[in-house]
Write a protein that binds this ligand. Structure first.
Ligand code: AOF
Ligand code: ZN
Length: 336
């Protein structure tokens, strides 16, 4: 399974709607017959990839796979049937498949007389597919809210200026994180006021193969000359103010990871609806004493009602050439 997990994360697979999956086929004496992995939506699943490399030698073999074999015909055929047809005797898998369209593989294999064992290193596979697992289990994309703030929690000065709160190193780091998501989301107000381009820019070491989708939500019509509508990436205008609705329509477009980059009002809407799963804050050693708060009034009147976060990582982004040193905090809201 350790080898199958290593195959699952083979570099070079583009970010997409599918999980990372690896598979090893073992002979009765424990020697490896063949290996396989999934190369992204539309290509063969890991099991089929391994079977194709194995040939006849696979009769009576054990398939070790990081995800429960699928039981559906989607972009490709069901892996359960491919394993049965190949004469595999035993299947060991890590993570169960919660995907409503694909689930049920283990039961189907048992029906066909195959010995099945699930849950082997399941946590490791879930870690590899953190965002995919979340999206299939909750039937909505995972939401990371990112913001830049001064030490006193301001994202803009009282005259509206916000260039630049965070340092160059922090902005570069933001582009790197954008490239790990498949969607960036802002509100119509941000498009009107800040006119962001919302792309992953070339300053990042490795240019991204596909730019994330740019999504803007809100009822207001937008001028088409805004940079978000340029041809450097795809853009969608979600005509709603409801976070739940916005996420549902992004899910319908196969989106799994939303990078929330909007202003304080959008942040409040998502936090208020309990729809923020991760918070990334870039803190600059700067004080304003006035200006726009990073998040709009959440209606919390007393300290006992504060929204608490659990800190999972603190990274110092060292400033160079006289630039500020910033701190990146990665956090998860604690729901009680
Ligand atoms: C993969 N790769 O190796 C396995 C998957 O649209 P499809 O046909 O590619 O099916 C995608 C679903 O199939 C996926 O969400 C998961 O539930 C299941 N198994 N998917 O992309 C694989 N084994
Ligand atoms: Zn499959």
């Amino acid at each position: 399974m350790r080898r199958a997990l290593a195959l699952a994360v083979t570099p070079g697979v583009p970010l997409g709607p599918n999980p990372r999956v690896g598979c090893v086929l073992l002979a009765r004496d424990g020697t490896t017959i063949a290996e396989g992995f999934h190369r992204g939506a539309g290509s063969a699943h890991a099991e089929v990839d391994a079977l194709a490399a194995a040939g006849e030698a696979v009769r009576g073999a054990t398939a070790v796979v990081t995800l429960e074999p699928c039981n559906h015909t989607g972009r490709t055929g069901p892996c359960t049937e491919a394993l049965v047809a190949a004469g595999v005797r035993r299947v060991v898998f890590a993570q169960s498949d919660a995907n409503p369209v694909a689930r049920g593989g283990a039961d189907r294999l048992r029906e066909a007389g195959i010995e099945v064992e699930g849950g082997v290193m399941a946590d490791e596979s879930r870690a590899v597919n953190r965002v995919w697992s979340f999206a299939v289990e909750h039937q909505r994309p995972f939401v990371t809210w990112k913001f830049a703030t001064t030490l006193d929690g301001r994202s803009a000065a009282s005259d509206g200026t916000s260039r630049w709160v965070s340092s160059r190193a922090a902005r570069l780091d933001t582009h790197r994180l954008r490239g790990l998501c498949d969607t960036m989301l802002v509100g119509t107000a941000t498009v009107e006021v800040d006119d962001p381009e919302l792309t992953v820019r070339d300053e990042v070491d490795e240019p991204v193969a596909t730019q994330p989708l740019r999504a803007v939500m809100g009822l207001r019509d937008l001028p088409t000359d805004r940079r978000i509508f340029n041809d450097r990436a795809e853009t969608v205008h979600l005509r709603t103010r409801d976070p739940q609705e916005a996420l549902a329509s992004l899910r319908a477009r196969d989106r799994q990871h939303v990078f929330l980059e909007g202003g304080p009002t959008l942040a409040r809407a998502f936090l208020g609806a309990g729809l923020v799963d991760e918070v990334v804050a870039y803190v600059a050693p700067m004080l304003l004493g006035a200006g726009t708060s990073a998040v709009a009034d959440l209606g919390i009147g007393t300290i006992a009602d504060a929204l608490h976060l659990h800190v999972s990582d603190v990274t110092v982004l060292q400033g160079h050439d006289g630039e500020d040193t910033n701190v990146r905090l990665t956090m998860t809201p604690t729901h009680d």
